[in-house]
Design a binder for this molecule. Structure first.
Ligand SMILES: Cc1ncc(COP(=O)(O)O)c(C=O)c1O
Length: 403
């Protein structure tokens, strides 16, 4: 019998603790708890009849191929559909610039594996997406976090830090549209400045875009990828997923970038999952080409923006200014960020909130280093409008008890 499994773990994995958010979900089994914690899109927005129809067609016409191994970079027809889809966003690609991933998390994993040696530097916002942090941490990099501002990354601080560094970071990771966890959108000026920094310091930008088409107000801002293409650069890697606009259970996404990078990511994919299930890719292709994408997105936008409004209006009612609580007002996406007085530790508050039958994600998880303790991430897409209003009331009672 092995006496000490731990002594056999790899150096990198020895201290790796996985997804910190995962650990709080076990507290949410009580159905009386209203959870604003998970990042779940609403199943009300699943295209049930479109999915059924496309599934039946696949199984009737193509069952043998659908359940066979398939190509590592992804199905040719699906990649073609993605190339067409991205043209709407002024992104122009060839098949060699696209690799299908088994979701956004896999796209992040491929990015970390391709670029990072232990100890390498990467730069990202404070806070930023916890799943990206955990994917990159698997390679044990040194994370340099820069506090995000209301209009996106603090590009002046990025520049100052870059000027002082003896070693160039491997990449800058950003979520410019309705960032998870804050809901913040990066201004056009800052997107351009991030590109300036990328050219000046020779650093790739990794642009993660799961929420880009979920805009409820304001006007769309060009992606950094498209701005880079306009400037004839090849400095950006784009990460996309079908999780929030179609459904997360299908686990399909794609990465885009220069041929040399995509080829390498595809090689890595061959070594880690081999291929993304063809059935799932075919369903996503049907989503893009047969399920009236525009009408579906319009429906999602109306549905989620109503929930966001309920959240924001109820917050105004139950969190008067004297409570010292502030929150972001996102123009899209699924999340917003609540900041509490500094004396409140939201990890401790989480356990109190459970007693009040409401849940959120404590902010700690969204920091690559030196976490701030007094924030929480709120998801407004999953709970019903009635539950959202009730959850805010419970949250207010819980916070008042701590003040
Ligand atoms: C910014 C960001 N990137 C990537 C993902 C990963 O999405 P998935 O792996 O579900 O496709 C998420 C999910 O919440 C996200 O918010």
């Amino acid at each position: 019998m092995i006496k000490d499994w731990k002594s056999k773990y790899s150096e990198i994995m020895k201290d790796f603790e996985g997804y910190s958010i995962g650990k709080i979900f076990k507290y949410l089994n009580n159905p009386e708890i209203i959870s604003l914690a998970g990042g779940l899109p609403s199943p009300d927005m699943f295209l049930k009849s479109g999915m059924r129809k496309a599934s039946e067609k696949l199984l009737a016409d193509n069952l043998e191929k659908v359940f066979q191994y398939s190509s590592v970079p992804g199905e040719v027809d699906f990649i073609r559909a993605i190339i067409e889809f991205l043209k709407r966003d002024d992104i122009h690609l060839e098949a060699e610039n696209v690799v299908i991933t088994s979701s956004g998390q896999h796209g992040l994993d491929l990015t970390g594996r391709l670029f990072l040696n232990p100890g390498d530097l990467i730069m990202l916002d404070r806070p930023t997406f916890a799943g990206a942090i955990v994917a990159f941490q698997m390679q044990n990099p040194q994370i340099i976090g820069i506090d995000i501002e209301a209009d996106g990354p603090n590009v002046d601080e990025y520049r100052k830090k870059l000027q002082k560094m003896s070693k160039t970071p491997k990449f800058i990771y950003v979520v410019p549209d309705f960032q998870n966890p804050t809901g913040i959108t990066t201004s056009l000026k800052k997107r351009e400045t991030l590109l300036d920094l990328s050219y000046e310091f020779d650093i790739p930008i990794v642009e993660d875009s799961p929420y880009r088409d979920l805009r409820y107000s304001g006007t769309s801002i060009p992606s950094i990828f498209s701005l880079d293409q306009k400037r004839k650069g090849k400095n950006v890697i784009g990460l996309y997923t079908f999780s929030k606009i179609f459904c997360p259970g299908i686990r399909v996404g794609f990465n885009i970038g220069p041929k040399i990078v995509i080829e390498k990511m595809s090689n890595i994919k061959g070594g880690n999952i081999l291929n993304t299930p063809k059935y799932n890719q075919d369903l996503c292709k049907a989503f893009l080409t047969e399920m009236d994408y525009d009408a579906h997105m319009e429906k999602c936008r109306n549905y989620y923006s109503e929930k966001l409004n309920v959240f924001l209006q109820t917050m105004e009612k139950y969190f008067p200014p004297e409570m010292g609580v502030t929150w972001t007002k996102p123009e899209g996406g699924l999340f917003l960020w609540v900041s509490l007085p500094e004396k409140i530790d939201t990890m401790k508050l989480f356990y109190e909130a459970i007693k009040f039958k409401v849940a959120f994600v404590p902010g700690d998880a969204f920091y690559g280093e030196n976490p701030a303790k007094n924030h929480m991430r709120i998801n407004f897409s999953f709970a019903t409008k009635e539950q959202i209003a009730e959850a805010v009331k419970r949250l207010s009672d819980c916070v008042k008890a701590q003040l």
